[in-house]
Design a protein around this ligand. Sequence first.
Ligand SMILES: Cc1cc2nc3c(=O)[nH]c(=O)nc-3n(C[C@H](O)[C@H](O)[C@H](O)COP(=O)(O)O)c2cc1C
Ligand SMILES: CC(C)CC(=O)C(=O)O
Length: 408
Amino acid sequence: MNAREMAGLLDLAAPPKWGTARVLAAARNVEDLRRAFLRRVPRAVADFVDGGAEDEVTLRRNREAFARVVLTPRQFQGVAATDLRTELFGCPSSLPVALAPCGAIRVVHAEGELAVARAAAAAGVIYTVPSMGSTTLEEIARAVPPGTPQWFQLYLWRDRGLTRDLVVRAREAGYRAMVVTLDTPVSGARERDIANGMNIPPKLTRAAALDAARHPGWWWRFIQSAPPSFANVTDRTPSAADTTTMQYVAEQFDPGITWDDLSTVLDAWDGPVIAKGVLCAADAVRAVDAGATGIIVSNHGGRQLDRAPATFDVLASVLEAVGDRAEVLLDSGVRRGGDVAAAVALGARGCLVGRPYLYGLGAGGEAGVARMLELLSGELARTLTLMGVATPGELDASFLGAVAEHQL
Ligand SMILES: Cc1cc2nc3c(=O)[nH]c(=O)nc-3n(C[C@H](O)[C@H](O)[C@H](O)COP(=O)(O)O)c2cc1C
Ligand SMILES: CC(C)CC(=O)C(=O)O
């Protein structure tokens, strides 16, 4: 028995965990939801979500960049009420935040994408549905009231026919914008996943059986539902025992991809195309020249190229390069309302969050995602009030101060 398995047995003697509703209500912030998530999901799932590539330098850098931000308030502005509503690519949103595409999330909670879609719709927030989802794009579209805006995320797979099919399916299902991920010519090396032998669906090993005692809720839901797979492409997923689903998916990424390949999407799609994974001015211009009307400054949450820059650090140069040719959003490391305020003050239209809603999902399913959005929106409203503005649109770079060199 190794140390991790021993820890699993010892945990049997631990006092019962609080009920989900109390845990969610007691969460003061995203980090509290993260702690609850870590207690409730198996270690391999926690690492799959929380981990980054290689030494996780970029993963840490994203938070460090936000920690350096200085917000300078204006006092006595008479902000009796705030209004966080905005529009993102023509879609109404109750706050300048959308949910980033995260694949295979029925490993986090059996209700996976459906729980996320419902919570987002109820909160008036846009959900970006992943092409590598563990629920089909059609089921997710049907899970929300008619007219609810949702976006679809696309990988330009090696198999261009499959890629084009997904675009057509997304169009027919009523998705409002196409988010094309640029930063995945190959998968980043998530070394935690390699150490854990992470696969989709997870393998039932001896360690997994021991883990069931520690996370009974997760395992109970897991055995009662169909094992998570990449639902949009199941008919193409090999059944051969020697190829894991993760390997199969990794093989679909195409390192030979170029900007010309964006035409695969543009030919079959009339709505906004948003390029996700831009990290420098030159690529922002290239994406707009290739037909994108939106940019997401993203390093994939530190999961792809380790040592890539923090997104907040490159936001200003991207904004300057595209001017008013494209709407710019940012993700990677956004955890607080103050992070959103900082990005918007610099000129971003809004932010996306990935892990924060997965923490909520793992901690409490749909109610956990709803709680995350409530916390983030409450923080943003309080931050705006403290800064002396009633709406995100009133923020500009004059609210951002500089940190003295000796303090860094
Ligand atoms: C578990 C997980 C799965 C992800 N899957 C995808 C994906 O399928 N497609 C994609 O473009 N980005 C994917 N991402 C990246 C997110 O869209 C987003 O860029 C990132 O999570 C933002 O950083 P944050 O988690 O710090 O908020 C994934 C992220 C996580 C944590
Ligand atoms: C479905 C997963 C392999 C996606 C993922 O982990 C990612 O894109 O970061």
